[in-house]
Design a protein around this ligand. Structure first.
Ligand code: KG4
Ligand code: ZN
Length: 339
């Protein structure tokens, strides 16, 4: 592979329009992110139609800004999972650019991007991930546990049966009249409350590596219905504790069961300070190292898509197996091993 291979990544699966340029699989040259939060705020959640329109309106300028006058060798875009409208905008932009510049194109699984993002330290990819590991993908749309044997070798252990963890944070924030996205708002309030004030359930679903967060959210809604004078900080602190206890118990449980010494945590909810602290502490006691994505790259961005593309190309070169282009968009795309 060319030493300074320039990959332009494109991300448009949910409510961020992003394009990034990655040099030699190592250095983020640019990572332009346009967040649509202002468009969705008054609805307390992402409105798919508005998201598609905003992606269509912004993607050309975001790409132009990220690419600038730099050379280009490859285009990579997130082809799923995500909202169909956003995925279509990403594909059309990516294919147009690739055809115009006469460079190859690759579709990337957005969730793989969230885990590869753990490799970055600042703007440098540092190969921090060590295998085998257990990965927790924890975002607004997904909560999944994977056993990862090496780059491109996955086994999905379990997923959420209902709400994703970020979705539960967003829904509880909405119940409390807090702004969207709910995660950071709930965390801010939680700092002022007592974590043991209210007991919300910890759905551990023993015998499975699945999650279920809708029960915690429903317990919060019943608590608010049944109490006239509740304390928002206490509700947030107790809810956050229940979410974090569940995520940590399941992830550590899987890591111990599969006898791995490394855990990777990526996705928007990975920015949560209580999750970071609690997971680090519990893992250290078990002699396990946790690789959290840095906060800046925890939410959706195109640098993680470009890095996943680089790793895929590197893998193809090493193994001599052709890389699958994967450019058909798939809103429900599952993570798959590369072989
Ligand atoms: O990965 P992401 O940017 O988008 C998806 O792929 O879904 O994740 C966004 C989600 C939102 O649900 C947001 O509330 C949540 O991540 N989030 C947090 C925090 N920061 C963002 N949840 C809990 N605590 C946080 N500090
Ligand atoms: Zn995401």
């Amino acid at each position: 592979m060319k030493k300074d291979l320039m990959i332009l990544g494109i991300e448009s699966t949910c409510d961020e329009t992003s394009a990034a340029l990655l040099k030699g699989g190592k250095e983020i040259v640019t990572n332009v992110i346009y967040s649509q939060i202002e468009e969705h705020k008054k609805y307390h959640g992402v409105v798919p139609e508005l998201a598609s329109r905003a992606h269509a309106a912004k993607i050309a300028t975001v790409i132009a800004e990220a690419l600038g006058d730099n050379p280009l060798d490859y285009v990579a875009f997130a082809s799923g999972p995500g909202l169909p409208g956003g995925l279509m905008v990403g594909r059309v932009a990516a294919e147009t650019l690739a055809n115009f510049k006469k460079v190859p194109i690759l579709g990337i699984n957005h969730l793989e991007g969230h885990i590869f993002a753990c490799d970055f330290e600042g703007t440098e990819a540092k190969s921090r991930l060590q295998f085998p590991l257990v990965a927790l993908v924890v975002s607004g749309g997904h909560t999944e546990l994977w056993y990862v044997e090496g780059y491109g070798k996955y086994k999905v252990l379990g997923k959420t049966r209902d709400d994703a963890a970020g979705e539960a944070f967003d829904k509880v924030a909405k119940l409390l009249g807090l702004a969207y996205p709910g995660g950071p708002q709930v965390s801010k309030q939680a700092l002022l409350g007592k974590r043991d004030a209210i007991h919300f359930p910890r759905p551990l679903l023993p015998g499975t590596w699945e999650f279920s967060f809708s029960g915690i959210k429903t317990a919060v809604s019943y608590y608010l219905r049944d109490h006239q004078n509740f304390s928002i900080p206490d509700v947030c602190a107790s809810f956050e504790q229940a979410m974090v206890d569940t995520l940590v118990a399941k992830t550590l449980g899987a890591a111990k069961k599969y006898k791995v010494h490394h855990i990777a945590v990526g996705g928007g909810v990975a920015a949560n300070a209580l999750l970071r602290e609690t997971m680090q502490h519990a893992a250290a006691e078990a002699g396990i190292t946790v690789h959290f994505v840095e906060r800046k790259l925890s939410s959706d961005n195109a640098a993680m898509i470009a890095l996943a593309a680089y790793k895929k190309l590197e893998y193809a070169e090493k193994t001599g197996k052709p890389v699958k282009k994967n450019i058909d968009i798939n809103p429900n795309m599952k993570v798959r091993s590369w072989d």
